[in-house]
Design a protein around this ligand. Structure first.
Ligand SMILES: NC(=O)CC[C@H](N)C(=O)O
Length: 360
């Protein structure tokens, strides 16, 4: 294959030259890095990355190819959503040769099919150091024609990735209203494997009019403060007593609905090895993370406390209500990819639903 040159340009004017291995069209977004060693099919299809250009710091990407798109329970088995969600991919060395039991195509072919540009031959470690020192930056992958910058934090990204109409999965005994802000499939899989019926609802739908035993607020892209409608609906649900769980964006929305504040981290947490401590204990879990915003822990009202804390930078990694069955994790207990050490939080959610039903 003939090599086509492409350039990664940062907001400060610096440029990194490399070669295209995806779709040959320019693209812009926020540049973020993930230090995970595996899981590129999952990361690339995670809707939380909408509007972002992803830098993989692991030096070789592509060597296990892309899995097939078979379905189970109406959900893709190996992807986190139905499409590649990133605006672009940046790697050090792309491997077009692949080998894996369920690989059906190369990463390059998949990116081209979905019109997502990708660039290889970049010193991703130097690039990551720049992001860590200077903070997150806008960037663009440019071919011959230059394009405008894109700041995803100013867009209604959740509206772009949320389901358009209600969809029901499974037939279990606990009815979960799932607010889809850009949900990863593995959250639905984790709920379904615990005897639930999942009612997946659009992000702006007033779930207070639905019948549910437990409410779940999903992960999703962008600045949490953009989601004023969902926050207003959630504030009403928080007046009730029924169990509520949130993950990542869902956690931030729960905090905002309770009156707390969120802020943008300098460069975020994106990896499979973020250590979080269960506050008040010596227990530390290794977690999968993908977020650029965090809850301002000092802004939490006295009805809430910090449940988990990041052992690296002490930021808030989860919140819990002092008396009602409401809690949320900033990290990803469903992993996919990453360690599954905290999947027990889904069991805690189901247990709180069972307790609530028992006390009715
Ligand atoms: N994975 C997520 O839900 C990310 C939440 C939010 N968009 C952030 O970057 O902080």
């Amino acid at each position: 294959m003939e090599k086509t040159k492409a350039k990664l340009v940062l907001e400060d004017g610096s440029a990194y030259e490399g070669f295209s291995f995806g779709y040959q069209g320019s693209s812009a977004g926020e540049l973020v890095f993930n230090t995970a060693m595996t899981g590129y099919p999952e990361s690339l299809t995670d809707p939380s990355y909408k509007g972002q250009i992803l830098v993989a710091t692991y030096p070789l990407i592509g060597n296990y190819g892309i899995p097939n798109n078979s379905k189970s329970d109406n959900l893709s088995r190996f992807f986190e959503s139905e499409a590649i969600q990133v605006s672009g991919l940046v790697v050090s060395e792309f491997s077009g040769e692949y080998s894996h039991w369920n690989a059906t195509k190369s990463l390059s072919v998949w990116l081209q099919e979905q019109k997502i540009p990708a660039i290889t031959g970049i010193d991703t470690r130097a690039l990551t150091k720049t992001i860590r020192e200077n903070g997150s930056t806008l960037a663009k992958i440019v071919f011959t024609k230059d394009i405008a910058w894109r700041n995803p934090d100013t867009e209604d990204l959740v509206g772009q990735v949320s389901i358009k109409e209600k969809q029901i999965y499974g037939n279990g005994k606990h009815r979960i209203a799932l607010i889809d802000c850009g949900v990863k499939n593995n959250i639905i899989r984790c709920l379904l494997s615990r005897d639930t019926t999942v009612v997946r609802l659009p992000y702006d739908y007033d779930f207070n009019q639905e019948a549910w035993d437990g409410l779940f607020i999903s992960n999703g892209p962008g600045d949490p403060k953009m989601n004023t409608k969902t926050i207003a609906h959630l504030a009403r649900a928080l007046e009730g007593e029924k169990p509520i769980m949130g993950i990542c964006l869902g956690t931030q929305l729960m905090a905002l609905a309770s009156g707390a504040n969120t802020y943008k981290l300098p460069y975020g947490h994106r990896s499979h090895n973020q250590p979080v401590v269960l506050c008040g204990t010596d227990r530390c879990f290794i977690t999968s993370q993908n977020h650029g915003f965090a809850i301002d822990r000092d802004s939490l009202d006295s009805d809430w406390y910090v449940m988990f804390e990041n052992a690296n930078d002490k930021t808030c990694e989860g919140i819990k209500h002092i008396s009602k069955p409401f809690f949320a994790a900033q990290f990803h207990p469903e992993a996919s990819g990453g360690p599954t050490d905290t999947e027990f939080l889904f069991d805690d959610f189901i247990e709180s639903i069972e307790n609530h039903k028992r006390n009715l």
